[in-house]
Design a protein around this ligand. Structure first.
Ligand SMILES: *[C@@H]1O[C@H](CO)[C@@H](O)[C@H](O)[C@H]1NC(C)=O
Ligand SMILES: *[C@@H]1O[C@H](CO)[C@@H](O)[C@H](O)[C@H]1NC(C)=O
Ligand SMILES: *[C@@H]1O[C@H](CO)[C@@H](O)[C@H](O)[C@H]1NC(C)=O
Length: 468
């Protein structure tokens, strides 16, 4: 009986820890473990901007917001649309008539991704759900007349993928936002009447496990009430135990506060960051939203995507790969092909990606580029180019007589010989299978344990602030 009550007390004591609405408290929250293990997510930019499908998801701003406007966008509109045509008139053409969330979720599952993040609301302010705070500017009142956020969420979760939502804090042309902006953000009309009621309602209704915040940079976090929102999210929301967020919560927060760090779009650190991070990038290198005039040469090819994923994971990041669906509700087949290609590579090599940690050394390039990851006492050496010889030399691993080397996807043990008495190995490669990604993984087991523990644990657990 005593033991039981001690246990109950301990559990209650732990869950009762509450976060306060300041960065010191919020930044100390450990990241829920599913996120670091997931490594790969799919990002979807879908909205009214998909209808013009021109320039990028920033089309409205480039056409009507920035001064001077982008002449490309102005001439596109004057050539192809009647005079006086306004951006909201695109909304009824956001039909989504072929949108089949089950089919989409099948593609995302086949990509090997473990989470999916959809734009619930981009900077244009249009919500992909029936937000009562976005009257007539949401996907239920107009366009597809459908709860896109809810329908995709059901299908994604049914395949055991985590579901996240992108939410833009600012809205380019919202009258209340423009008023606050004119008042140098000394007033919070937009935040109190639009942003926060909508954001709280969205979390309660859809229970997203990622809140991918954006559009924060014009005003400080105190204007957005970000710390108050996050304290509620972590203490009292229906997703308090599993939700993760990024770092875009107000000017100056990026790369400094929040959950994991995005830093800037397509962030690519040169060395191992001290904090969990995510690289978001887009298959269409010119846009996150759908572009009707995209060309094959504008797209990342599969070997580039795989090498980028591998480098990101080796440096402790997650990889959030974006595709832009069409206004008709389809995933362009060229994007589907990329996603399925990533999945095919992960079917063989996923062991070296999912739930791994960065190793003592993240890459070496003595002969060809090799990226390292680790899990337990196994080290994975991922080759992102085809070696020109039938051997490959790895200088960093410290081997022992018991070290075993295999190629993922092939059960045979590979012969190897030490390079130096204290480490390094030359591996005799089998014929490398032709996989379109041009990346192969050597699995090294029983790497010199004592040295490995000293160096690896020293780096990762010695009073460091690393929370992954
Ligand atoms: C997915 O949906 C099917 C059919 O409705 C159901 O049988 C299954 O349990 C669901 N799986 C999950 C993980 O929710
Ligand atoms: C916004 O923050 C202020 C304190 O800065 C707090 O008094 C208020 O309750 C917060 N409102 C919401 C809706 O979070
Ligand atoms: C590896 O080295 C080669 C030749 O020195 C160089 O061209 C290449 O950029 C390097 N790759 C990486 C990923 O550092």
């Amino acid at each position: 009986m005593l033991a039981v009550s001690v246990l109950v007390f301990a559990v209650v004591g732990q869950t009762a820890a509450r976060y306060t609405a300041d960065w010191t408290s919020l930044d100390a929250r450990p990241l829920p473990t599913w996120y670091d293990e997931a490594k790969l997510g799919i990002f979807l930019h879908w909205g009214v901007f998909s209808v013009p499908g021109f320039d990028s998801e920033w089309f409205w701003w480039h056409w009507k917001g920035q001064q001077p406007p982008d002449p490309k966008c102005v001439s596109y509109m004057s050539k192809n649309y009647p005079p006086g045509f306004s951006y909201p008139e695109f909304a009824p053409q956001f039909h989504g008539q072929f949108f089949d969330p089950e089919e989409w979720a099948d593609i995302f599952k086949a990509s090997g991704a473990k989470y999916v993040v959809l734009t619930a609301k981009h900077h244009e302010g249009f919500t992909n759900w029936g937000s009562p705070y976005s009257w007539n500017w949401n996907s239920v009142d107009t366009g597809p007349h459908r709860d896109l956020v809810g329908d995709l969420g059901d299908a994604v979760r049914n395949r055991s993928l985590h579901y996240g939502l992108y939410n833009s804090l600012f809205e380019w042309f919202h009258p209340l936002y423009l008023t606050d902006k004119k008042n140098s953000f000394k007033t919070q009309l937009f935040v109190m009447q639009k942003l926060l009621p909508e954001l709280y309602a969205m979390v309660v209704r859809y229970r997203p496990e990622v809140i991918w915040s954006d559009g924060d940079w014009e005003a400080p976090d105190t204007y957005w009430n970000s710390t108050q929102f996050l304290a509620w999210l972590y203490n009292d929301s229906p997703v308090k135990d599993t939700v993760v967020t990024n770092d875009r919560w107000g000017a100056g927060c990026s790369c400094k506060h929040g959950g994991y760090y995005n830093c800037e779009d397509k962030y690519t650190p040169g060395q191992l960051p001290k904090h969990k991070w995510e690289k978001c990038t887009s298959v269409d290198t010119f846009s996150w939203g759908y572009r009707r005039n995209m060309k094959m040469s504008d797209l990342l090819d599969l070997p580039t995507i795989i090498a980028d994923l591998v480098q990101t994971v080796a440096l402790g990041g997650n990889y959030l790969l974006n595709v832009g669906p069409t206004p008709d509700g389809t995933i362009p087949p060229v994007f589907e092909e990329r996603l399925r290609g990533v999945g095919a590579w992960l079917m063989v090599n996923g062991e070296a990606i999912y739930a791994t940690k960065p190793w003592r050394v993240q890459m070496e390039n003595s002969t060809i580029p090799v990226w390292y990851t680790t899990k337990g006492t196994t080290v994975y050496a991922i080759l992102t180019t085809r070696p020109s010889k039938s051997t490959v030399k790895l200088l960093e691993p410290k081997t022992s007589a018991n070290t075993q080397v295999t190629l993922l996807g092939n059960p045979a043990r590979l012969s190897w010989s030490p390079v130096r008495p204290d480490g390094g190995l030359t591996v005799l490669l089998p014929e490398l299978p032709h996989i379109p990604a041009h990346a192969w993984t050597l699995k090294l087991d029983n790497i010199h344990l004592k040295k490995w523990l000293q160096e690896n644990l020293g780096l990762y657990f010695q009073g460091s602030s690393v929370v992954w």
